[in-house]
Design a protein around this ligand. Structure first.
Ligand code: ATP
Ligand code: MG
Length: 356
């Protein structure tokens, strides 16, 4: 179970690049917020990424996967596969974890916050991205790698959409809409990718019938990109397939301020993994410059996921307190360099802990 003798158990994987800076920052913020609610935390660090190559010869050792199976709650840093020896780059550790633990759902909220200039100050959306199918080759379980080259000059990619996987992500989206503003937009490209994204759209609309209290509409992905810029306030929850969700969530993150703020939660039916949207940022790693907000806010999503499933109000209060403290510190003008400020990772984190 998640908590034994009142202690919450979290598996922590620091990862590469700025991971060892932003992940411990998020752990210390989560510990403080939970402590305020009388909840103790037991953190178990597991080898992952370049550090695991040094100690175990691979970026995601079997021992780490076995240990992860014992935890419901994971907080994970970025991995920088490009920096690994060529023979260890594929499959990427993230893909192995998603596959082995069926982390099919990827929730990516994007909301402008006061204190940080945004291209679209009124954006407040939740992108619900299907995370196990679509065109993403190394995530595609049913058809092997999903990509192949029949000749050196011809490359093919297979896109997979199934009713089962679409139904479960649609349920995530409609449930999330009930907790938000009660509106789901189904994003597809069924005028061209008629069978695959057409099935995605149709199954989502069938699931919508079970949620008469939630307003539903549909958009083509290209129109959605334009509308997110033109009138973001018209959107609440956006549900879409893997590739479209990846692209739209980077767009939404930048519209709301910065990639450094973009949180994300991956989950299966019984586990959740908090991991920022951004990558390892090797260009700024090791210099105390990294913005820890994305990882801290991902940790808050992790606690909210846990609190909702276990109807645990104290954990939900801790999650709200983290979001509140981060907003307060940003509004106060404590900003890291990516947001135009001069606070270090440690200074920003200290300010959040003080605000808590
Ligand atoms: P990946 O392929 O892993 O997604 P990427 O190539 O998209 O990685 P990121 O590592 O996300 O790149 O970084 C993109 C840019 O944003 C870099 O210039 C990086 O320094 C900056 N950046 C990313 N995350 C942060 C952060 N948390 N704080 C400050 N700057 C960041
Ligand atoms: Mg990227």
């Amino acid at each position: 179970s998640d908590s034994e003798e009142g202690r919450m158990r979290i598996a922590v994987l620091d990862g590469d690049g700025i991971g060892p800076e932003v992940v411990p920052a998020a752990v210390s913020v989560a510990e403080r917020a939970l402590d305020k609610q009388g909840i103790g935390v037991q953190v178990t660090r597991l080898p992952f990424g370049a550090a695991a190559i040094d100690s175990h010869g691979v970026p995601i050792p079997g021992s780490t996967l076995d240990a992860l199976a014992e935890f419901d709650l994971w907080l994970v840093g970025p991995h920088d596969s490009a920096a690994y020896p060529a023979e260890l780059r594929h499959p990427a550790p993230g893909a192995v974890m998603r596959k082995q633990f069926d982390l099919f759902s990827n929730l990516r909220p994007a909301r402008a916050v006061s204190g940080v200039p945004a291209t679209t100050p009124d954006i407040d959306v939740l992108i619900v991205r299907e995370n196990s199918e679509g065109l993403y080759a190394d995530r595609n379980m049913a058809v092997g790698s999903g990509e192949f080259m029949p000749t050196p000059d011809v490359a093919l990619s297979v896109g997979l959409i199934t009713r089962t996987a679409t139904e479960r992500i649609a349920v995530e989206a409609f449930e999330a809409a009930r907790r938000r503003r009660g509106h789901v937009t189904v994003v597809h490209k069924a005028n061209v990718l008629r069978m695959t994204t057409g099935l995605f759209r149709d199954v989502c609309l069938q699931v919508a019938q079970r949620y008469p209290d939630v307003r539903v509409d549909t958009e083509h992905v290209d129109a959605m990109a334009a509308l997110l810029v033109r009138r973001p306030a018209d959107f609440d929850v956006i549900v879409t397939e893997n590739l479209f969700g990846d692209i739209l969530s980077d767009l939404a993150a930048e519209l709301s301020g910065s990639l450094g703020l973009a949180a994300s939660l991956n989950s299966s039916a019984d586990r959740a993994m908090a991991q920022a949207v951004h990558g390892a940022a090797p260009d700024i790693a090791g210099r105390g410059l990294a913005n820890p907000v994305a990882t801290i806010a991902s940790a808050a999503m992790l606690l909210r996921w846990h609190g909702e499933r276990s109807a645990d109000d104290a954990t939900l209060r801790a999650a709200d307190a983290i979001d509140g403290a981060v907003s307060h510190v940003l509004a106060d003008g404590v900003l890291t360099a990516d947001l135009g400020g001069s606070a270090s990772t440690a200074e920003f984190t200290r300010a959040v802990i003080e605000a808590l």
